[in-house]
Design a protein around this ligand. Sequence first.
Ligand code: SF4
Ligand code: SF4
Ligand code: SF4
Ligand code: FES
Length: 949
Amino acid sequence: MSTTVWRDLGTPESPSENFIDLLVDGVQVSVPEGTSVLRAAAEAGLSIPKLCATESLEAFGSCRLCLVEIEGRRGYPASCTTPAESGMVIRTQTDKLAKIRREVMELYISDHPLDCLTCSANGDCELQDMAGVVGLRDVRYGMSGENHLEAKKDESNPYFTFDASKCIVCSRCVRACEETQGTFALTIDGRGFGSTVSAGMKESFLESECVSCGACVSACPTATLMEKSVIEQGVPERSVKTTCAYCGVGCSFKAEVKGNDVVRMVPDADGKANRGHSCVKGRFAFGYATHKDRITKPMIRNKITDPWKEVSWEEAVSYAASQFKNIQKKYGKSAVGGITSSRCTNEETYLVQKLIRAAFGNNNVDTCARVCHSPTGYGLKTTMGESAGTQDFDSVMHTDVAIVIGANPTDGHPVFASRLKKRLRQGAKLIVVDPRKIDLVDGPHVKASHHLKLMPGTNVAIINSLAHVIYTEKLHDIEFIKERCDSNEFDKWVSFIGQDRNSPEELESVTGVPAADLREAARLYANCKNGAIYYGLGVTEHSQGSTMVLGIANLAMLTGNLGRAGVGVNPLRGQNNVQGACDMGSFPHELPGYRHLSDSVTRELFEREWNVSISPEPGFRIPNMLDAAHSDEFMGIYVQGEDIAQSDPNTQHVTSALEAMECVVVQDIFLNETAKYAHVILPGASFLEKDGTFTNAERRISRIRKVMEPLAGKADWEATVMLSNALGYPMDYTHPSQIMDEIARLTPTFTGVSYEKLDEGSIQWPCNDATPDGTPIMHTSEFVIGKGRFVITEYVPTSERTTRKFPLILTTGRILSQYNVGAQTRRTENVAWHDEDRLEIHPSDAELRGVKTDDWVGIRSRSGETVLRAYVTDRVQPGVVYTTFHFPESGANVITTDNSDWATNCPEFKVTAVQVEPVTQPTEWQKQFQQFNEQQLDLLARATESERV
Ligand code: SF4
Ligand code: SF4
Ligand code: SF4
Ligand code: FES
């Protein structure tokens, strides 16, 4: 549990390295130049009353409560907007100041409801605190004059209310929305006494541009903007520091608790990934953890058409173990395997792969990261020697030109997007490479210098032509290449990239991007001081996903944009622990730390520690497991926290493979789509119910801490330990810290990691004897691999082509309010923003087909067909349609193809040739899905404790 109490020092820290000395109330204090007098006093341990100032925002100087006296100056300047100067002598507590402050407070309170004792913020209100601090006892002005006490409450946002009667118009909310979040949804309307806070054009919060990040709620010093959960449940009593379980940004939070209930999640100002910010998911969408759909009892059944039977943990685990053993006896050792989850902790993931290698005795382990970022691991390891991004998120504040490729940070990685937007408002330039006009292309106070609107599937052609321009126009960093890269490889690469066929002019007809625009973008990136590349699944989920990652690494090496702040190659990981799941040895060919099974030294290290022999033969990847199930070679699977029936391509192929298996064991918090095909369900624990660690996109290992007891009585790692013991391979961990100690013993990049160290703060791996405090930026003096390797990246068009029959390209992505397969966010109030997946279609394509917004349309590919409602928009270009995939009934993966990345099998989710036509009813698949879903929910409802299988 967190014990440190955060103190708001009033204004942001000054970055200056020059220090100045001044005297505040007789106390000598030394602060960086540019520090406000308010902050200087706070650093000297003195508190000046304040209302409109807070450490996370630039000072505004509106409340006049923080006035001070400065020797040699007339009047009473506001300390929050006055910079400290060398030699200043300041008094913060005089009779005159006390009188002025009381008068100021009196004016505020005279227009404020006097309901402190019954107010939901009682005890957690800065106005109330300040009234006490300035010693206000009486209010001389009555409430009978003009006031705002009858102002209407806006309760439209599902998570917080806006009670205008309590607003002191300090504008902290407005500034938080602008400076921290970068959405500019709020304004102060009117002037003087008539001024009020307003969301957009006098709209409700829900109808406005507000994205419900909660920054304004955190900034509000009164009960005006207030979490509904606090209003309903009361002010929390204790807090526990933990990490968001949604996306790869890995925001740090304080889970604030009353009794056993989480009342609110407060972004942690000390959090190094988020610096006190959050998005709607981590901040508010935690209610799924106690949703009535949670599975809280282990269950078993013989056939998937049988009702579930609730049984004890022991019975469920021994049933699963005996089924797995029987399958191995009948079909051979490699007929079983498992899938680890990027949503579970490092420790849990490590244990599952250990169970498979040690208890199953094969290497049939894969992870859901297969379907998102496996090309990142391959591409970055090949070129630089490490399968991870090169920077920390703070690095973006030093970037001059950012290239965002195939990522939509405002929706997928919102807190990082806010940092990037802040940097862009400071003057950095942006290049967006995306088929779709994402919000960053043209948002409030942010505009991309170039939007390279490519046709889906032509990434490699774009990256090659960017490199071609930089090389042929001699804009590359010769010194960096000479010193840091392998010259033979570079020479070979140059003879490829310099060819005319890689020029933007030659490739324009392939990519659809005007050559002149591409040339300008290449020059902008090559000529800047610090250029950084951020990318997402729009890079990796292609048949050339790995080639594109290699191309990105080439581009960064070519321009010397590696090894310092502000630059680098930065994969934006999808789920919270994608990085960790890959680090922990979840792939069938690698042991933890990305060490190949064929390396006998590594294998022997693990064999000694685990006391088993490990097969040097790589096992099945997920697609191989599914194929093998169809030929009776793979008959049992243990799936922890992953939903392949919704998230993997070619849904019918996945579900028929699951149906063919004799034992499907699913460990999850809900009856997800895969669990509907299961024979054993081991109830999962949410991130609030266990201890462990997640590793975010920056390689940052952060603790999650148990806030409440597991609803089903066991954390996921405990269930894996039980299963392993039942299979005959003993595990005896009693706490996840012991699992981390084992990881540290066996993995060179983790040798310095321990829970003790993590309790002091998060750490970016590598963390070992050479880098005991972790590694915020990688490859600073040399690459992990030694010399950086340029790799030839020949553009090979995907075999998925448009034809007259399938004239449009479907690409997919996600939306801010929903997360991945939606199992968590669909069970929260986030459905207020997005309650169904829609098909975005360009007006010209829509008109040609007679389609209007809200019409039902059939989307047919070579693999299958589904039906969604249309949304006509020019965010997509002609010839391209787009959808999200958060609802299983949408069947987005019914239509995606079997194509996958040549190196890693990562599916080509981003390119499917389709036809779109108006329809009147769901597809056959959707009808069957509905029927099967109802059947499974009924079988779940009929679960009984008494009967045995
Ligand atoms: S809503 Fe809160 S933060 Fe915004 S102006 Fe009113 S009191 Fe200040
Ligand atoms: S919740 Fe976030 S986006 Fe909405 S008004 Fe507040 S700061 Fe702005
Ligand atoms: S940005 Fe990602 S990690 Fe941060 S709160 Fe949102 S979902 Fe959670
Ligand atoms: S805190 Fe300085 S004027 Fe409000």
